[in-house]
Design a protein around this ligand. Sequence first.
Ligand code: TNX
Length: 528
Amino acid sequence: DAVRGLALACLLGFACSAQATTPSIIPLPARMTVEQGGYAISAAAVIHVKPGDRAAADAAHYLADLLVRTRGLSLPVVEDASATSRGDIVIRSDPSASVSQAEGYVLDVDARGLDIHARDAAGLFYGAVSAWQLLTPDAAKGAVTVPYVHVADWPRFAWRGLMLDVARHFEPPAEVKRMLDAMAQHKLNVFHWHLTDDQGWRLEIRRYPRLTQVGAWRQPPGADAKPYGGYYTQAEVKDIVAYAAARHITVVPEIDMPGHAQAAVAAYPEIGVTGGHPAVSIDWGVNPYLFNVDEHTITFLHNVLDEVMALFPSTFIHVGGDEAIKDQWQASAAVQARMHALGIKDENMLQSWFIERMGQYLAQHGRRLIGWDEILEGGVPPSASVMSWRGTQGAIDAARLGHDVVLSPAPTLYFDNLQGARDDEPSGRLSVQTLATVYRFETVPASLSAEQARHVLGAQANIWAEYLNAPWQVEHAAFPRMDALAETVWTPANERHYDDFLARLPAQFHRYDQLGIAYADSAFAVGM
Ligand code: TNX
């Protein structure tokens, strides 16, 4: 509680020069021991990398850039052959690093300086991020003394994700990049991009231009109202995917089907079920428009997936599957005849058949399908992995059947839910999901055996955007809960302590201030 008191004092703006005992690395490393003493990094310090060690140079430049932006320190990256001898900061690839886990690294600080080494490029990158946090313990600028510390670190889960809904409200490319940069600083590595929904289709598909010409724009009511919308050109997508890759983030695109299809049907009514010509939806909630199940529509969607696969190197491609109420399939004589011909008994099984047609297509191209847990309802499509949002049951069921799963249960990991109960909290979903709630989320459901738990790839938070109509609101929703999420998916479960986490947060807030991240302090108003 002394630690919590310190954190509170800092949060409330009192002087808090006393250092918390644990250096402020978030997420907390798997192993960290602090020793007496510290190494002074002056404004003239240097980051050393070996010539030809490309991964080390990339990590070094990311570190240097962060230090300029947050500490006003401008450290040159120097290639020198003797970079294995110490001095200031050394970053180096080392195939025999003592941490052998993927994405892991070792960071030692002693009288010789900071030494970061790792077996893979992601590990070097994450070592650099941790070094940045050690070098920014407070709001001061310039020279800084780093405590002697030995860090051996690796992630608990391979899927450490964030989903952003850009269909309900559009986020320009620059804002998407800001979010990717922040994700990298939290060692999150999967950006799930919800690109299509009833209210907007946001991805340029060259073969079907009306998807964005028509589907990216909705017409709000009112005589003077301008169409609302926006979309990403393929050039913009490539740029964003590269920006993410440079930060060791995989972009998993989502093309939502068979439901949440109204914007697509507005653009191409023939891929709908009724033949009707709806407008792009202006209402939130569950809309009835479904994709058809005839071969024309299946081929259309395969063609869309061709362009999606060309743009996104991700192994996993998300095909949605959520909230597809089956009324239109039920009411259509053609769909019923198709079901009969295929020997399919009900509409849930038809959905599984539909999803499996996509899963097989993706598999033929070396990719894997993932979808929301409703895809289990008609029998789990053999090729599918499952993202569980209606609680955790979908993940439990799928893991027991041997399918890989990702946890993102509502409301706990729904960052569009309010994070505080204060009067000035901006709009969001009504139940409050505090920082503490997110922090205490346990990714592996207790009812899974160790064998079944191996199918748990990780977890992600979802930012749905019905109520988040400006980038600052998305930021407000994301921070600081992203810190809690990061620790939930990275740090070993038995090392996670909320009070210790709170003590490391004030330094993080200084970093946010320097980076211009508009975090919510209302997260502390309840739930402590
Ligand atoms: C359900 S969660 C949805 C989204 C909404 C969200 C919040 C999920 C897979 N589908 O379409 O945005 O609730 O309202």
